[in-house]
Design a protein around this ligand. Structure first.
Ligand code: HEC
Length: 187
């Protein structure tokens, strides 16, 4: 179980950040933009998923996730301010489109290796580009329905296997790091 240390404001990954550390005011606005975009994306995905859960249970929610989660992410992006985009990444993909880039998988591996989970990580990519990472944890029993031991529900298991023959996103436990939201911000 990873603990979230809320007092730690930012993890500077010296190996990933360019030599110069972003000025405080820039860092602050990266964190604000990143936090807002993360909330918009997660709230949009989760509220739609919950609606489907209520309406038609886990099979309906699965159908929503597999047919609309990716398109809905695009839709959220079209409404974010210019120069800001958000996506979900993981080291254990269900949808291969959510595979991390090389720098992103380094951040995920680093997050996984630590005892205490940083609330977020900021990476400076180049002179004008930053990436804000918000770790995503399996923090609700609901997540386990589709990312835990799915073999307990044969219908669900076969629907997931059919849609995602290369699915790696199972057998998680409460508190496991599932991945992250990455917000790319151009300043
Ligand atoms: C009803 C089933 C279902 C539930 C419940 C569910 N997920 Fe997923 N999840 C999926 C599916 C299906 C995908 C693939 C979506 C796609 O194809 O774009 C997915 C994708 C993801 C991804 C993107 C990475 C990847 O592997 O493609 C993350 C991160 C994620 N889920 C986290 C969570 C978290 C955290 C919870 C709990 C709040 C949760 N999920 C609950 C079905 C579910």
């Amino acid at each position: 179980m990873k603990l979230i240390k809320t007092t730690l404001l930012v993890t500077m990954m010296s190996s990933l950040l360019c030599a110069e550390t972003p000025k405080n005011s820039v860092l602050e606005s990266v964190v604000n933009d990143g936090t807002q975009a993360t909330q918009t994306l997660l709230q949009t995905l989760q509220s739609h998923m919950q609606e489907h859960m209520k309406k038609g249970g886990v099979m309906d929610a699965l159908d929503f996730c597999s047919t609309q989660a990716y398109a809905l992410t695009d839709e959220v992006n079209s409404k974010l301010p210019n120069g800001i985009s958000a996506k979900r990444i993981t080291l254990k993909t269900r949808n291969l489109a959510n595979e991390p880039q090389t720098d992103e998988s380094k951040v995920l591996k680093d997050l996984e290796s630590k005892k205490e989970l940083s609330p977020y990580v900021v990476e400076k990519v180049d002179a004008h580009t930053y990436k804000f990472y918000k770790p995503l944890v399996i923090d609700k029993p609901l997540c386990l329905k589709c990312h835990g031991e799915i073999s307990t529900d044969k219908n669900l298991q076969s629907a997931i296997n059919e849609k995602y023959p290369n699915d790696k996103a199972i057998n998680y436990k409460m508190g496991d790091l599932r991945g992250a939201v990455v917000v790319t911000i151009k300043k």
